[in-house]
Write a protein that binds this ligand. Structure first.
Ligand code: SF4
Length: 196
C-alpha cells in the first residue's frame, strides 16, 4: 500500500507471510517491549478479517486487558455508537490498537513502544486490507504516519484506499460536545464506505 502520509519503512514482511493467525501467535509470545510485563491478556483484534473499515485505537485499557477484546469498556460503547451511526454491519469492520499490551495506568504508549509494536500493526493492516482506515486519535496517527493529518479530512492513499483521523472515543466520553463534531466528520466521509 502506497501511503502518502509518509509511513515509515515496514519491517513486517515476515509477519504478513504468517497470516493473521500466525501474527496472533507471535503477539501472544511477544516480549519485545516492557509492556508485556503487566499484560494480563494481549489484545489483538475484534471484528471481520475482511473489513471495509479498519479502526485503529491507541492501546488496551483495563477492561480490554482483562478480557483480551479491543474496545469492550466505556470507550468501546461510544465506538459502538459511532459504528451504528456509520451504518456498518458487523462483518464490515475490524478494530485493532497501536500496541497489543496495556500500558501501566492507562498512560500513552511511548515512542519506543509504538515503534517496537509497529510491525504487528502494519502486518495486520496489510492482511486486513481495508478500504478505509480510521485512526482514532493522535496516538494512532503517530503510530501510522510521520506527518500530521487534519481531523476528519480523508487522505487518498491509493486508488480506492482512504485514511481518516477522527477523535478517540475516550475523548468523547469526557467531552460529549465533541460527539456532534465527530458525527459531522463522519457525515463528510460516509461516501467512502457507503460506496463500497
Ligand atoms: S506491546 Fe507489542 S511489542 Fe510490546 S510486548 Fe506487547 S505485543 Fe510485544
Amino acid at each position: 500500500m502506497n501511503r502518502n502520509c509518509n509511513t515509515p519503512a515496514m519491517n513486517s514482511g515476515e509477519l504478513v507471510k504468517l497470516g493473521l493467525k500466525g501474527i496472533t501467535a507471535r503477539v501472544l509470545e511477544c516480549k519485545k517491549c516492557p509492556l508485556h510485563e503487566n499484560a494480563t491478556n494481549k489484545v489483538i483484534i475484534r471484528g471481520s478479517e475482511r473489513p471495509k473499515v479498519l479502526f485503529i485505537g491507541e492501546a488496551p485499557g483495563k477492561n480490554e486487558d482483562e478480557s483480551g477484546i479491543p474496545f469492550c469498556g466505556r470507550a468501546g460503547k461510544v465506538l459502538d455508537e459511532l459504528i451504528d451511526y456509520m451504518a456498518l454491519e458487523e462483518n464490515e469492520y475490524a478494530i485493532i490498537n497501536t500496541v497489543k499490551c496495556r500500558p501501566p495506568n492507562n498512560r500513552k504508549p511511548t515512542h519506543s513502544e509504538l515503534k517496537t509494536c509497529r510491525p504487528f500493526l502494519l502486518a495486520q493492516i496489510e492482511l486486513l486490507d481495508p478500504e478505509v482506515i480510521i485512526l482514532l486519535g493522535n496516538t494512532a496517527e503517530q503510530a501510522f504516519c510521520v506527518s500530521p493529518l487534519k481531523w476528519g479530512e480523508a487522505v487518498n492513499m491509493q486508488e480506492g484506499k482512504y485514511l481518516v483521523k477522527l477523535y478517540h472515543p475516550a475523548a468523547l466520553l469526557y467531552r460529549r460536545s465533541l460527539m456532534e463534531q465527530q458525527k459531522e466528520m463522519i457525515d463528510l466521509n460516509k461516501k467512502l464506505w457507503q460506496k463500497i
